[in-house]
Ligand binder design. Structure first.
Ligand SMILES: Nc1ncnc2c1ncn2[C@@H]1O[C@H](COP(=O)(O)OP(=O)(O)OP(=O)(O)O)[C@@H](O)[C@H]1O
Ligand SMILES: [Mg+2]
Length: 263
């Protein structure tokens, strides 16, 4: 069963300083990199200067921290500060350009050493774990958990969720954002679709946990500079409120989007 404290208090992310850029994780589309930090930790860093832009980092924080409170294993997130000197030391011109564009705050994820990519061929040990990931993906409309691109790791025999940058569709299309609350979530291509039979039970457990208060605490973690502009807003506080509104409305409407499962 899940050994994660559900609804653990939301704390600000720790801040570390990058001391060495180790290597790129080439399979990642946004060219995330492995970085050593001044706390002796090793992190997978998603760079603020990457082509996808900071909205993907907003989604990583919001979905990752939400998942953590819903019993989904997500590697610890940190803010990783990058100095220009480290960027200048990088010999590969493509990576140097990315690092130079990312001097300042970036998002780090605790690196899980020797984790295996979950490929969907072997089922995870705990189907309730899988159903929780599936429910989180349905809530946040995460399209990046397909058979082709599962974005799940197996580490010490347990399932860990990574890469939530593609979720929160509404932040890319604000004008149609109201439809987000009831948008159905197709699971045909979802790598954990086999757990769909447990969704109703997981929905009853998790939907009430997604309160406005929790969402406000999580949005407070997101740096002002990463929040996008949104129509009709004049302050970052209003932008944060929009995220809270859309996610709270969707959590309250799970009957509309919960994938239908044949009995
Ligand atoms: N915390 C972690 N611990 C160990 N390995 C990781 C971790 N995070 C990512 N990886 C590895 O790095 C790869 C790329 O990471 P991720 O999928 O987050 O990057 P991305 O650029 O968003 O990728 P995508 O191409 O799916 O958009 C993963 O497939 C995984 O193999
Ligand atoms: Mg990925």
């Amino acid at each position: 069963m899940v050994d994660i404290p559900i609804s653990a208090p939301v704390a600000a992310l720790r801040r570390v300083r990058a001391v060495r850029y180790v290597e790129p994780l080439r399979e990642g589309g946004s060219l995330p990199g492995l970085v050593e930090a001044d706390d002796l930790g090793t992190y997978v860093v998603k760079f603020s200067g990457a082509g996808q832009g900071p909205k993907t980092l907003v989604a990583e924080i919001v979905v990752g921290e939400l998942g953590r409170r819903l019993g989904v294993r997500v590697p610890d997130l940190v803010f990783a500060d990058l100095d220009e000197a480290i960027a200048r030391r990088e010999p590969d011109p493509e990576i140097q350009a990315l690092l130079l564009a990312s001097v300042g705050t970036n998002l780090g994820m605790d690196f899980l050493p020797r984790a295996l990519g979950y490929d969907g061929r072997s089922r995870p040990a705990d189907v309730v774990d899988a159903a929780r990931v599936l429910w989180l993906d349905a809530l946040t409309v995460n399209v990046d958990r397909s058979w082709r691109n599962p974005n799940l790791l197996t580490w010490h025999g347990e399932l860990w969720a990574i890469d939530h940058g593609a979720a929160l569709l509404f932040q890319h299309t604000w004008p149609g954002a109201e439809a987000f609350a009831v948008r159905p979530y197709p699971i045909d291509d979802h790598v954990l679709g086999h757990a769909a039979g447990h969704l109703a039970a997981v929905d009853a457990e998790l939907a009430p946990l997604v309160t406005r208060e929790l969402l406000e605490q999580i949005l407070a973690i997101v740096p002002d500079a990463w929040l996008p502009e949104a129509p009709g807003t004049v302050s970052v506080a209003q932008v944060r409120e929009l995220y809270v509104d859309h996610l709270a409305a969707r959590a309250a409407a799970s009957a509309s989007w919960l994938p239908a499962v044949a009995a």
